[in-house]
Design a protein around this ligand. Sequence first.
Ligand code: GLN
Length: 535
Amino acid sequence: MAKYLIVTGGVVSSLGKGITAASIGRLLINRGLNIRMLKLDPYLNVDPGTMSPYQHGEVYVTDDGAETDLDLGHYERYTGQPTSQKSNITAGRIYWDVLHKERRGDYLGGTVQMIPHISNEIKFKIRQLEAENPDVIVIELGGTVGDIEGLIFLEALRQLGAEVGRDNSMYIHLTYVPYIRAAGEVKTKPTQQSVAKLREIGILPHVIVCRTEVDLTEEHIDKLAMFCNVPKECVIVEKDVETSIYEIPLVLAEQGVDELILNHFRIARPTRPLKDWQKLISIIKNPQGKVRIGVVGKYSELQDAYKSIYEALYHGGYAAEYEVEIVKFNAEEIETNPEILKTVAGILIPGGFGSRGMEGKIRAAQYARENKIPFLGICLGLQCAVIEFARNVCGLAGANSTEFDEERGVKTEDPVVCLLEEQRAVTQKGGTMRLGACPCVLEKGTKALAAYGEKKISERHRHRYEVNNHYREQLEKNGLIISGINPDIGVVEMIELPDHPWYVATQAHPELKSQPVLPHPLFRDFVAAAIKNSL
Ligand code: GLN
């Protein structure tokens, strides 16, 4: 039977609950356990697919095409265990499904209530993961204890614990222990209160993880243990790390968190050092050098809009034992002043929707091509590279993606990027999103094949538009290399340029599969080319 490890958060948000849960996942995998991770989001959106990057950061896509919360990205980066549609459950989805069942008459006219109908639906969706036979299911509840929205989830998690029994369920509560500068004191009261709030609902946490800026003394720990009703060794200190959030698995391992969990679940597994993570942290702390990479995007001021891209770039640096410094450019600025790209050794154009900044991104692709600066285009980045090449090398001045001309109500003169339906001359519009894992076959002698080291690959997608096959011959005649093709639907997946140190673009989102201890090959080779360019 699967064991349930339930991670809740208290006091304030933004404590890094996702990273703590993911790090615990890593520790369990390291002890030889088969785990699954799951995020419960108490907001009413049905899924995060249409949520604004301003509020919500990037949309993370799984192999099976689910558009999910970016915490799933942390899970995969830390654990290497792929997530799926089943790994992200929102309140919106729960209510939606319950209301549909009600309309269908599934409840036979009975009164439909928060308890048991909503709580049962939450438990049902959580327990679906048991079919995959994991040893442990790690559940992270979004939000903070005390939120109205989260209440029914806490109730469901309490019931779940009662259903599966004490040996099969464990609650970990992440809280904040502030340091009050004016008083020169560390305060444990918010933690006491948030644990009291949990107890009110009937959940007694077994472990308290304290996020803090300063070291905690024996005295603080004794106090926390006493008020929170846990043994001293179950008070874990997660102090701010100096260099990288990838240190967290080591911080938790040092305090024996995996041992506590295994003991609670009565599972015996030999201890094992986290060798690859120790090596990673020593690289992060002592890099051989630093390389500046420019990211030309629309949301350059936001931390999380390109989360996986930034992480994958750092990972690429780790492979070369280098620190990557990310320089965020606002695409609209590049349009009039591409010369500001002079300061970086590599240029990346991330994915995106909508025409804002598009011309600046196309200008950046041109700048990288003409000045032989290593370039990586991701999804929209590939489309920019193709449009740029069509305009400036093939001489098709009116080349564009129909996505952008349509917004302006103009008919595209040379639709080098368009919807698949448009290529097939079907009038129906809209175009469905190509979502999730798609296969790709790589051409011999390409940089793409050199990076991946195998011909058949699979990457995740999230886009509607494709390179127009009617222009393929013309693009190739002028020197563009089509380095990857989708064998199922015959569309362009990857392109690159000859006579250039490294200019590669992909229609997919490879950043979603990069791990710090297993950097993605495209990011690894891109950063390596940028380092070479900077020397
Ligand atoms: N807007 C483009 C499309 O839909 C690119 C999407 C993306 O970069 N994810 O095809």
